[in-house]
Design a binder for this molecule. Sequence first.
Ligand SMILES: Cc1cc2nc3c(=O)[nH]c(=O)nc-3n(C[C@H](O)[C@H](O)[C@H](O)COP(=O)(O)OP(=O)(O)OC[C@H]3O[C@@H](n4cnc5c(N)ncnc54)[C@H](O)[C@@H]3O)c2cc1C
Length: 440
Amino acid sequence: MATDKINVDVLVVGGGIAGMQSALDLADQGYQVMLVEKSPTIGGTMITLSKVFPTLDCASCITTPKMSAVAHHDNIQMFTYTEVQSVERQGNRYIAQVVKKPRYVNENICTGCRKCEYACPVEVPSVFDQDLGAYRAIHVPFSTAVPQVAVLDMDNCMLCGKCEKACPVEGCIDYEQKPQEIEVTAKAIVLATGFKITPVDAKAEYGGGKYPNVISALAMERLLAPTGPYGHVLRPSDGKEPESIAYVQCAGSRDKSLGVPYCSRICCMYAIKQAMLLSGALPLADITIYYMDIRTFGKGYEQFYQNAKAMGIEFVKAKVAKITEDENQNLRVRVEMMEEGGQVEEREHDLVVLSVGVLPAYNPEAVFGVPVSSEDNFIEIPSPNFEPCNTGFPGIFAAGTATGPMDIVDSIVMAGAAASEATAYLHELAAAENGGVTHD
Ligand SMILES: Cc1cc2nc3c(=O)[nH]c(=O)nc-3n(C[C@H](O)[C@H](O)[C@H](O)COP(=O)(O)OP(=O)(O)OC[C@H]3O[C@@H](n4cnc5c(N)ncnc54)[C@H](O)[C@@H]3O)c2cc1C
């Protein structure tokens, strides 16, 4: 296999909002950036959200222009469906071996027309829609994916050839496509590999993964999104409009038994946001949030909480012990009421949303040498007060939720800080190497 070689100033790993922002900030200053994203599209979790707190802006409307800016920037080379296999330091440079996985579609000539998708007979659960909907084995990941290029899920492909016949571009579908190896030389690296949610079945007593009407908050984001799987908020078991919806807070955070002792910081706000959006989508539905503490720490966030209460959303300080399902697939939620002397009550809801927590998506230690914190497994930052993005490895910086739970505002701020710390490092490097000229 021939290895391509690419020389850049900065390698950014992860194409969520943090990685995109770091890449844009560096590229706008004239640095050459390579952005590597493991999924077939950039955008990260933010592009899957419905609306975002605290402004209730449409997530897709504000994320898509950033994705597009990354894809069209002269100083950014974007590689999706690509992962870094190994990194070695040679002098003042990092040499990274990067592999672009086969899409079985020629990225350079695919027009994103989706004719292959319409012809494909195989349905697979949609990762984008949190498995609530389906797409075809060959598909463009979603309508605003960047790049607008199809990807073939070879594990589920029957090799029937229908996509190849339907494709108007000759030679675009390539069942024989092989991985592409690329050797990248970079002066600095930004790690922005993001987060994943605690699995919905992590707490067996809540019935996630077992009862169809117990869903994760990320699944609720898709139900609320205008581009969601059903086009409306319906419960998964029978397509009924839910009349009573419960949120279980800290269902995957502040829980030593799960190995997640820390607060995930975003769950109170996203639950309040979703409850407000549900009040609009289902005006007659009762919405209850069972919580231990409400932590609304950001600017304007407390007011957001007060507005939700004023809208009639019920906040109940209670610990949820167990959830069971009745013969109609309604859910019986057993709660210990914390403000009523620990009295135990059983309440019925027809949809339960677990406010799942935040876990690191990737451990960079094996590939980049950068360790993670023994407390929470997010990337270790040795001097968080003074250099919040510096990993302590020369020229390697970190941004966004790869370093710990945070919201979009903080992810963007940190991405800017990582770009700024990387710029200072590149200036020093240039001064040491060639008397101050910073760009090749
Ligand atoms: C249910 C829910 C609702 C939310 N609602 C809001 C809200 O309303 N407002 C708000 O401010 N915040 C909200 N958030 C938080 C918000 O989603 C995050 O703050 C934000 O997405 C973090 O961006 P990021 O770039 O750090 O990480 P991510 O979005 O996780 O992006 C990381 C990217 O890196 C890629 N990646 C991972 N590992 C590798 C690797 N090894 N190589 C290459 N690429 C890799 C991933 O595929 C991903 O694309 C919500 C979160 C959840 C779970």
